[in-house]
Every structure is written in C-alpha cells, then in structure tokens.
Design a protein around this ligand. Sequence first.
Ligand code: NAD
Length: 489
Amino acid sequence: MTQPVRWIRNFVDGEFAEPDGPGFPAVDPATGAEFARVHEAGRELVHRAVTGARAALHNGWADTPVRERTALLRRAADRIEARFEEFVAAEVADTGKPVTQARELDVARAVANFRTFADVIAAAGQESFVTDLPGGAQALNYAVRKPLGVVAVIVPWNLPLLLLTWKVAPALGCGNAVVVKPSDQTPSTATLLAEVLAEVGLPAGAYNVVHGFGGDSAGQYLTEHPGIDGVTFTGSSATGTQVMRTVAPRVRPVSFELGGKNAAIVFDDADLDETLAGLTRSVFANTGQVCLCTERVYVQRSVFDDVAAGLVEQARGLRLGDPLTERTTTGPLISPEHRRKVLDYLALAEEAGAKTLTGGGIPELGPELDGGSWLEPTLWTGLTNKDRPVREEIFGPVAALIPFDTEDEAISLANDTEYGLASSVWTQDLRRGHRVAQAMHVGMSWVNTWFLRDLRSPFGGMGLSGIGREGGASSLHFYTEPTNVCVRL
Ligand code: NAD
C-alpha cells in the first residue's frame, strides 16, 4: 500500500488552505529523498493572505496594547520550547543540518528572538523634543510610532527559522500583520510556526504563510501586491535587486539582508589555537552556508604556513554524515543545483592556479547518503583578489587563504570587495583589534570571535550586502512609521 502524501500547506487568514494542485516536493538534502509535498500558493491565495492580513490590522491587532503583544511574543517563545524537538526535526529534514546545530543555534535562536523583541519593545521609548520659540514660548514635538502595516517577509533556506523569527517577532510585536514567503527548499518550520502562533492566541490573519518560488510564483505575487506596506527580505543580492525593482513603483520601504564575501584577518600575534577554532567555525559552520561565513582568510606572512596547516587539520577533522547523529558536525549543501554552483567555483579556482590544500571533491559517505548534496570542506592557496572565487559569494564550505605583510595591506585587501557584511580580526593587540575592526567597510566586525550576537545590536550590511539594519531599536524603526506631533505650548 502506498503511503498517503504528507502535505505542507499554506496558512492564510487563520486557516490551513487545502492543496489544489500537484505542489512541489520537499526534499531531504542529506539523502535526496522526497518526504512531503508542498502546496504552491497561486496569485489568488497570495491575494487572500494579503487581504486577510489587512483585515487583521483593522480588526484590532494594530491597536492591541503593547503589553498584550509582548506577552504574546513570550508565549510564542514558551510554546516553541514546548515543541522544541518538532522544530528541530523539521529544520533538519529541510536542510540536512546537524541536529546539534539545529538545537543549539537555529531553534534556540528562534526562542531568543521572540523573548528579546518582547523585551526591546516593552522598553522602547519615544522621541520628544521641547523647542524654544521667540518670545519665550515653547513647542512640544513627539513622535508616535505606528505599525508599518502589512509586511512581506521573504527569507532564504540557510537558517530558515532563525531568520524568519528575527523578522516576524519584531514585526508582530510592533503591531504589524505579516505574509511570510519561506524558501521553497525549507517550507516546514514557517508552517509549524503558524500552528504555534495560533495556539498562543495570535488573531487570524496576523501571520500568513505562502509557499512557492521567486519569479512567477509566490515571491513575485507577494512583492507585486499593492496591499503590501513594506518588504523585509533576506537572500541573495541578485534577488534583492529584483525585489527592489518590483516595489519601486509603489515606493515601499525595504529592509535587505543580502549576500557577503566576508574576510578574516589573522595577525602574527593572534592566539593560534583560538584563532584556528574560530576560523574553522567561520568558514565551515552550516557547511559554509551562512551569510556571515568567511570565504577570504588573509594571514600575516610569518604565520601563514602555521595557520594554513592548522586550518587544514581542523577541516579534515570535521565529521560529515547522518545529520541525526550527534557526532556529525557538517551537513550537505542545500541542493544538487547549489552543489553544482559550488563545484563550478572549484573548477574556476583550479583554472586560476589555486592549490587545493584539502577537500575539493564529493565525499563517499555510504549508500544511504549517496543521493545527498555533499561536498568536502575545501581550502585553497594561490588565489588573489582578482580571481572570481575570491570576489564572488560562493556560499559553500570553501575559503581562500591569502598572505599579507602589513596592517594597511590587510585592511585594503579585506575592503577590496563590493560586499560589506561581516569581518573578523584575530590579534592579541587590542588596540590594533579595535583599529582594524573599525576600518572594515562592513555592518558587523568581530575581534577574536565570529557570529557572537547580541540581538539588541544592529545587524545588516553595506554595498551589495544590503540596505538598512535590523536588531534591537533598528528593527523597531523599520517595522513602525513615526508621525511627529508638534504642539505649541
Ligand atoms: P534567494 O535570493 O535565491 O532567495 C531568497 C528568497 O527570495 C526565497 O524565499 C526565494 O523564493 C525568494 N525569491 C527569489 N526570487 C524572488 C523574486 N523575484 N521575488 C520575490 N521573492 C523571490 O537566496 P537563497 O539562495 O535562498 O539564500 C542564499 C542567499 O541569502 C545568500 O546570498 C546569502 O548570503 C543570503 N543570506 C543573507 C543573510 C543576511 O542576513 N545578510 C542571511 C542569510 C542568507
């Protein structure tokens, strides 16, 4: 007997919609096996989601007192914790990421996102100025912040729940309604979140999920919809450009968290063990599929050989394998198409004369995992900033090691990119650490660490890496619109 099909459905105006087409497959990247069908939302369903969201605002969600909205965020955090392992299993099935990472990073951060934004919103004040007027009179200016309205939330596949809740928590907390478009490759956790938010009492229509692809599918239908008041988007720079074009005629605000080509700078006084541990995470975490991952490692010449040898040893120590096994450190790439893209960069690097210190091939992990999109952690030397693999975002478990001699040279090499997302500096000279970190043309600059986040601090990028910042007060600014009231006293 054949198994009944498991559907991952759209959540529109407080209800799961019945599938009305063939849908598309949800595939486990570790094995290549289909495990569910996803209901692709058509234009009509996206329209219902947007109008349902608008109705939720009018029906009172936008005017709900702040303490009720923040209490709801806290209940959502509690409820994700109560259903923690379900979220972990869903995230692992969609992405193939190691179960320990899904627990410690992805789902844990979703809980933290809801709690942090509850705190931030509860503590937020409002701007006010007393203005002195001629003759001793005064005026009072104060800004009331109102919800932006119906917000389109479009997210990628690499950290699906983490990135989604990073936007949904502040958006809902500020009184908006959201229509969420997860990546077609990772539809599960956004759908589970719909259940959780309904369980904790979010009104129908305030959170909607529409599944599908980008162009000529749910992503485009959503961004083209005239009922959208703003778009918060995380994804590639190319898609960001497209989304901006789509919303330009209606002049909607956008918040863009886009790609990166991030540099690490290792000085000769850095603590070697700590640096190697940090670099290994920064290059290979999530199989290199984090926008913050390091793909360019600039190392001071006197320690270049030691750092290269140490990093190779660490890369070889990574354990690829069944994501559900706790000792696994490294999962597959998200899809065969993405692996193809990364393999193309491997070929380009070879053409450019790179020396592959380790990796470069497809590992053999046994018949169970043969159908997965696996790739060996890879390190190169012999490339320069002129070569495409050093200029373009690859988004895989690969990095180029490049020597430098002076601090100035390191700064100019690191800043020689059209991207501007993140960087890390490794040194025991803290004065130099501050100096170099501040000289980086990026949104996030780390010293002797990487991906250490305080969710109240601003997050985002410069250049091709994005527009605007989210996190803490920056999120509240994006998800609200101020009306300044001026009263002559
Ligand atoms: P992507 O740009 O292909 O897709 C992102 C989302 O946009 C998906 O949901 C996709 O369906 C949707 N989309 C695609 N075309 C669209 C269109 N024309 N209109 C509306 N929506 C559309 O990115 P991806 O491959 O899913 O993710 C990887 C990229 O995301 C990398 O470039 C990575 O650096 C970036 N990223 C950035 C950050 C950050 O915070 N800066 C975080 C994670 C990932």
